[in-house]
Design a protein around this ligand. Sequence first.
Ligand SMILES: Nc1ncnc2c1ncn2[C@@H]1O[C@H](COP(=O)(O)OP(=O)(O)O)[C@@H](O)[C@H]1O
Ligand SMILES: [Mg+2]
Length: 478
Amino acid sequence: MLEELQSAIDPLDDVLAIVEQAIVDDPPFVLRDGGLIRDGFDAQLDELRSISRQGKGWIARLESEERERTGISSLKVRFNKVFGYYIEVTRSHLARVPEDYQRKQTLANSERYITPALKEYEEKVLGAEDKLVQLEYDLFQQVRQQVARQGRRIQQTADSLATLDVLLSLADLAHDRNYVCPQIDESTELTIVEGRHPVIETMSLAERFVPNDLIMDTEENQLLIITGPNMAGKSTFMRQVALITLMAQMGSLVPAKEATVGVVDRIFTRVGASDNLARGQSTFMVEMTEAANILNNATPRSLVVLDEIGRGTSTFDGVSIAWAVAEYLHDNPVVAAKTLFATHYHELTDLALTRKRVKNFNIAVKEWNDQIIFLRKIVKGGASHSYGIQVARLAGLPAAVIDRAREVLKNLESGEYETEGAPRLAKSKGALPAQPADQLSLFSQGPDVLRQRLDEIDVSVLTPLEALNLLDQLKKMV
Ligand SMILES: Nc1ncnc2c1ncn2[C@@H]1O[C@H](COP(=O)(O)OP(=O)(O)O)[C@@H](O)[C@H]1O
Ligand SMILES: [Mg+2]
């Protein structure tokens, strides 16, 4: 391939020669003001330039000559667009103005004059300059046409260089970041040993990036349900699998220790929570539209990544939809694609009991003193807890809210309901904070109010002035 590319690269020496002969090293940005064409390229242009230069030299000399002749040391030769070149004499020296000066304009402190000789040279200079600019423009057009006639060769070479550039960049990246050459075949398998996320692994995280393995196929491991608390690394893992597949198929090496990639026909994704809000569709609607597209178009050769589908609606609706989507992707042989399915609905792990190709995985966490530690390792089996409350505490929710949430959770889990069906949590002691309110707002709520305020800001619609005011506001809040 490199040889092919090389043979397609044309050094374009003839085109280079045209440009080098005709155009100055540092041409101006506009074409109409001249200064584009090199000296020596065109005889007529050189001649016009020399006339213009000589004329300007003569006019410059005129000033000192006239000063001497008239004895007016402050006499000046100037230029403006209306009168062209003129001689200016200040009021106090008017008595010494010679006869041959023709008055052109009277100002408060001075008079402006022309002389026939001055006008004669001016005509030469300005005439030459007009012609110069036009001639340069014409010459430039000619050069451009000459170059354009070689357009095909230039484009072909640019194309080869672009391809070479992409290959070189991929090679450089693969070398710097220890990528491996994936094995690519026609199977429906996808095996990754110690895969990494190509972007996250390069970010300076507080922790080391933890690589993960994956085995998928269409026989045993078609639909992987991935559970685990928020922040465990579900989305990262799924995206890294999709990216490794994509990179492998585009001919890149991949961030892993080993990888076997059966060629896929498409990668379908449903990820991200608030992506399309700006276009006026609710999160849930976007989610469902994308899910519909996947279910209508996936094939057993596809790779499907579903991240927390059903999150945008009520719990019961959400579980039901997620469940039915997963079942369909498993049961319908037309769309039975390799699927990674991250969910916080633990109920979905039950699918593995009745569906042969469904496997449960979770991202391991460790409980320690009522806290959680993220291990970032994907392991077999469903997650037992969602650890939502622990994660909420990590995020800085006030202790009183965390305690109350724990209480509500306990009641919910023990399934105690009133006779009318209302959970007993409504009955237990209220959510009043144990500490005085102002103390809470000072020490635990402060950062969250800020965070909330920041979260509400849509930077894309702020004017610079609004942004400044906002910054001032935030500063006051702090
Ligand atoms: N394998 C990993 N190694 C190190 N850090 C990770 C790893 N996976 C995820 N993280 C960190 O955890 C954060 C949350 O991961 P994310 O995939 O969004 O979690 P989830 O989708 O489970 O809520 C990431 O932004 C990243 O900083
Ligand atoms: Mg996620």
